[in-house]
Design a protein around this ligand. Sequence first.
Ligand code: G1P
Length: 297
Amino acid sequence: MPTSTITHAVIPVAGFGTRMLPLSKSVPKELLPLGNRPAIHYVVEEAIAAGIKHIVLVGHAQKSAIENYFDINAELDNQLRHKGKDELADSLNWLPEDVTVSMIRQGKPLGLGHAVLAARPIIGAHDFAVLLPDVVLDPFTTNMSTDNLAFMMDAFATDSHSQILVDQVADEDVHKYGIAKLKNNAAKDVDDQSVTKDSNASFRVAGFVEKPSLADAPSNLAVVGRYVFSNQIFDYLANTTASVGGEIQLTDAIDALISEYGVNVTTMRGASYDAGDMRSYMQAFIYFAEQQLAKDE
Ligand code: G1P
């Protein structure tokens, strides 16, 4: 496979996280802990492991603590080193030298599609990845440098089709996600050899339906929150009007892109955790804490 040409990624972090209140009232939901690190730490590590060098956080005035997390706190650094805690100080400066993290603000809260479009002045003409930080892929069992995002980036380099990561969800969860409509529309329940947890597979998709009822869901393959886009998506986003929930939906722009160019879904390898929903966040917290404790022993 050719090596990926994607070096840029957008991580939208402007949302208030109403499903995570009261935890998210004064602490951005992206900084809530999973084990011994804030949730977004794993998402940024995942992007870097896949080969991303420029990360654009699309934020909000009240979420500057996220920007600070990826900056060097010189005062703290000095104090730790003064006390001889150099190892601890070094561990805080974990971001590789050749990786930059920048922040741009969304301004108006007009939806996920609008948030991604807000990154255009920094992304420019590059093709790029999008990682939604509510979803954290299991870093303990997944190889972040070859699986999922890295696979999608390589698949994009091979045939220039945008790639959308999908995973099978239970019937009661389809209304929470963007759901893929497969080419062979007959298949409601995807029971295909290519859809397995042990490997990634990439194939053309006919479209997406954002948060359908179970009756209207075209399949059980949900959009996980990892995308690799050709730069053309920006033109489609710029022409997308508000729909479901009165928001400019990324899903609508993807559907418009599909009608002129092909788009692929990539099936997910490993497990993912929804850290943007209280119940699943608590389950994820227990899993990450247990894994971390076992590693430290
Ligand atoms: C967004 C997307 C949806 C996707 C989901 C994954 O929805 O619009 O297509 O399935 O993220 O978490 P949100 O959860 O932001 O409402």
